[in-house]
Ligand binder design. Structure first.
Ligand SMILES: [Cu+2]
Length: 479
């Protein structure tokens, strides 16, 4: 058998999961050799099965920066990775058309079915197979990395009402929108400010089809963005919801005093505590739960930012955004659907399954993307809840005009910075002007973490600016 004699390597960026994926391609009859674990797959049409009783067609393409099977014709037309429902015994025909000029196949390995691997735009491959036992099966592209990059769906055989069991908790979003923050205080004198926090435990979406029991401040992730002025007296009230299972507390890095307030706020379910502090130092500070095991409470979502405005406030900008990075440690492997549970072993080993901006995979894409127009200035308040990983914060396609390093607002900012380090329990404030329209991508430049959920979009509209940037988008760029 011809071995891997013709191997082509394609490097490309896939955007919501930008990563450099290595795809290897073999020509012609050697295709099966590219996927060793799928050697047993019967690729192509089995003529002994007779006429198909069910037909589905897909085209490959990029959607929102992810690779996808896009339904063609019938009820599936235009749908991304749609559920396919068939009955046991059905002869199923799948037609795959290449729409993006990249190497792909369509496979349901648990049913022993796969098309040939093809790559030429417009080319088609067909597989027919018989649907066996009732159950839920996965279909996906077996080219290495493509399943993870988005090419995966469900094939439901038999009683679809039972097998198409969904996870309603995965439809509950507790993502805090990045524009959910109060505006400048415009105050020249200190005041007494009351802050009300409530700790709430809630099962919600971690990723598509995956939910997790998060612990939050005020029901969203991150906790509310708090804004006070230097010299203010801040009266903190912490309530723990009656239906909580755990005690919680809050430690503000903006506090001068024992535990940052944590020693005064260990709060049992249904109870309330309070303490008062004077905001002595201006800056942008993390707050978090500090109830043992503290790393557990933080990784479950209990973190937020408090801005202590300096005298005179901050310089005016067109948009202010609020983004925090965190880690989630699940027993289940990355991508496992259903309700996932917390792994203390992985937490102690510092091996998260997920990295998130604002609490969930892809939280800052789609309707929660950051937006701006060319000619405007954007400020991002960025913090790391963690609990463990330092972020190499970067915006793909932009340069930070100003970085308030370590979130020090009383030092002169660094200028013209590509990537800035933000430690766990730390923050930064970055500002940049927008000259060119397009999609810019917030990342931690430790880019393997993008494969585990870290990506946010900044969508910029405005007229093209060919003096600054000119180029034609190439297929598969993902940007
Ligand atoms: Cu807690």
């Amino acid at each position: 058998m011809q071995q891997l004699s013709n191997v082509f390597k394609h490097w490309f960026f896939a955007a919501a999961m930008i990563l450099v994926l290595l795809t290897s391609a073999c020509a012609g009859a050697a295709n099966a050799a590219t996927v060793a674990s799928n050697d047993a797959l019967a690729r192509g049409t089995n003529t002994q099965l007779g006429e198909p009783t069910v037909r589905f067609a897909f085209k490959t393409g990029m959607v929102e920066g992810r690779m996808a099977f896009i339904g063609v014709g019938g009820d599936l037309d235009g749908q991304i990775n749609p559920d396919l429902s068939v009955q046991p015994g059905d002869v199923v025909e799948i037609t795959l058309t290449i729409g993006d000029g990249m190497l792909h196949d369509w496979a349901a390995p648990d049913l022993g079915a796969a098309t040939e691997q093809i790559s030429e735009t417009g080319k088609q491959a067909v597989v027919t197979f018989q649907a066996g036992e009732a159950g839920e099966y996965s279909y996906y592209c077996t080219v290495p990395g493509h399943r993870q990059a988005g090419m995966e769906g469900r094939l439901l055989v038999g009683n679809t009402a039972a097998s198409a069991e969904t996870n309603p908790a995965a439809d509950v979003s507790i993502v805090r929108s990045p524009d959910d923050l109060p505006g400048p205080l415009n105050r020249s004198t200190p005041e007494t400010v009351r802050v009300d926090l409530e700790t709430v435990e809630v099962e919600a979406r971690l990723a598509d089809g995956t939910s997790y029991k998060f612990w939050t401040f005020n029901g969203k992730l991150p906790g509310p963005f708090l804004r006070v002025r230097v010299g203010d007296t801040v009266e903190v009230h912490l309530k723990n919801a009656a239906n909580s299972e755990f005690a919680h507390s809050v430690d503000f890095h903006a506090v001068t005093g024992p535990g940052g307030g944590a020693v005064a706020t260990q709060t049992k379910p249904g109870e309330e505590t309070s303490f008062t502090f004077k905001a002595l130092n201006p800056g942008l500070y993390v707050y978090h739960c500090a109830t043992p095991m503290v790393a557990h409470h933080i990784s479950n979502g209990m973190y937020g930012l408090i801005l202590v405005e300096p005298e005179g406030g901050l310089p005016a900008v067109d948009h202010e955004y609020y983004v925090m990075q965190g880690e989630v440690y699940t027993v289940e492997d990355l991508g496992t659907k259903g309700s996932n549970s917390f792994s203390v072993e992985k937490l102690l080993d510092e091996q998260p399954e997920y990295f998130t901006f604002n609490g969930a995979v892809g939280a800052l894409t789609g309707e929660n993307a950051l937006t701006a127009n060319t000619g405007e200035t954007v400020r991002i308040f960025f913090g790391v809840g963690g609990p463990n990983f330092t972020s190499s914060f970067h915006v793909i396609g932009e340069i930070f005009d100003r970085v308030y390093d370590q979130a020090s607002l009383t030092s002169a900012p660094l200028t013209d910075v590509q990537t800035t380090l933000v430690p766990p329990g730390g923050a930064t404030m970055v500002e940049f002007n927008l000259e060119v329209p397009g999609r810019y991508i917030l990342v931690d430049h430790a880019l393997s973490r993008m494969e585990r959920g870290l990506a946010g979009f900044l969508m910029v509209e405005g007229p093209e600016n060919h003096e600054v940037y000119e180029g034609t988008e190439t297929e598969g760029s993902g940007h």
